[in-house]
Design a binder for this molecule. Structure first.
Ligand SMILES: Cc1ncc(COP(=O)(O)O)c(C=O)c1O
Length: 382
């Protein structure tokens, strides 16, 4: 896949591989058609408005983490706009009634607030969701850091509080309890919800099984997901939503970087114009070692290097890899699987330039969608 990237592109650059995105969207199309469910894009994971035209006919809409993402969903994507936050800031729900169709509440108090503002808004047709902490999770990443049902989690109304929700006004039962989960995780969640929450499911119009469905990961059993969703739908006769982020864009793009210096301290260290700290924060947060195209684990190929960024943060290390040829200033290093939770989370710490955002089209055309400069750094400092 690297060979399709032109040699002379400016780096660093996040590059969406359009053919790979289309391949992933085909899975979503199949799940929608065969399971009869709706699929939303969780824009917290990945949002590239320039690519939304590729998705608008496939997906049913977007799901947001608050007002700004909801506004982007409304203005740039269209279709259904869902929004959930653990709490809404003063005035936020009122503004959301202008842009969202589905507003989810985290607690009984938030649900009453959302209901009162929605009912007072005069805008008909807004559905109210309640996020429930189902007491079941299958987060495969990061331990408690990414487990929405970890002890003392601030996400979702617990069973102890569930009867305080204003159920007469709740339209959608919502759970989000997965993270990079394979089909067994989704199956476990759906069966748990069916077994433990049937009286509540009978009171709502729809259920939203959240995100974390890693449906495009190699080895994911899509047939099993479809069969489970179909069985659930036939038992409860409800509209069903899934709202994956990562699962829609896994393996659909790159962070392309260039070696800008070589340092030696017992090992060879290649300094890149890309940085874990500023451009791929999940590498440090999860933590994980991302794939590098045409590289192997250290010691496998003849030339091993630690790859690091140029920020002052000691831990700004991406990982250790080996290459067939020595790295020198100017060498290209391409990180794979760099769409989800990358540019939506990046920073300009140390004044590090933000990577270009670009698309590699199916015909090989390379299109830079946006570049960033000093202004981007300066403006955020007041
Ligand atoms: C409520 C909710 N929905 C959907 C998602 C998307 O999850 P993922 O990108 O793992 O599919 C998240 C992620 O944190 C979430 O909190």
């Amino acid at each position: 896949m690297t060979s399709k990237l032109p040699d002379d592109i400016r780096t660093p650059a996040y590059v969406l591989d359009v053919a790979a995105l289309k391949r992933n969207l085909a899975t979503a199309t199949r799940v929608k058609r065969e399971a009869g469910v709706k699929v939303l894009l969780a824009t917290k994971a990945w949002a590239m408005p320039a690519a939304f035209p590729l998705m608008q006919d496939v997906l049913d809409g977007t799901t947001a983490s608050g007002e700004y993402e909801a506004r982007m969903g409304r203005e740039e994507f269209g279709r259904e706009v869902h929004v959930y936050a653990p709490a809404y800031a003063p005035g936020e729900v009122a503004r959301l009634t202008e842009i969202a169709d589905h507003i989810y509440a985290n607690s009984p108090e938030q649900a009453v607030h959302v209901r009162d503002v929605v009912q007072g808004s005069g805008r008909a047709g807004i559905e109210i969701g309640a996020r429930i902490n189902p007491g079941y999770s299958n987060a495969t990443l990061g331990g408690a850091l990414y487990d929405p049902c970890a002890p003392n989690s601030r996400f979702g109304t617990t069973v102890a509080e569930i009867d305080r929700l204003p159920w007469d006004d709740i339209d959608i039962f919502h759970v989000h309890a997965l993270c990079e989960s394979l089909a067994d995780g989704t199956v476990g969640l759906i069966e748990h919800v069916a077994r433990n929450f049937a009286p509540y499911l009978k009171r709502v119009k729809a259920v939203n099984f959240g995100g974390g469905h890693f449906m495009n990961k190699p080895g994911y059993d899509v047939d099993k997901l479809i069969a489970t969703l179909r069985a659930f739908r036939s038992e409860f006769d409800l509209e069903v939503y899934l709202e994956p982020g990562a699962g829609l864009v896994v393996d659909t793009g790159y962070l392309v970087s260039t070696v800008i210096g070589i340092h030696r301290n017992e090992k060879e260290i290649a300094i890149l114009d890309a940085s874990a700290s500023t451009h791929m924060p999940d590498v440090l947060e999860v933590p994980y070692t991302p794939p590098v195209l045409d590289a192997e684990k250290p010691g496998v190929l003849p030339h091993s290097y630690i790859l690091g960024g140029k920020t002052c943060m000691t831990g700004d290390i991406i990982g250790e890899y080996s290459f067939a040829e020595p790295l020198v200033p100017g060498s290209r290093v391409v990180f794979g699987d760099m769409m989800q939770y990358s540019f939506v989370k990046n920073t300009t710490f140390n004044g590090t330039p933000l990577p270009d955002i670009a698309m590699l089209h199916e015909d090989g055309r390379y299109e830079v969608v946006r570049t960033f400069g000093y202004d981007e750094f300066r403006r955020r400092l007041g």
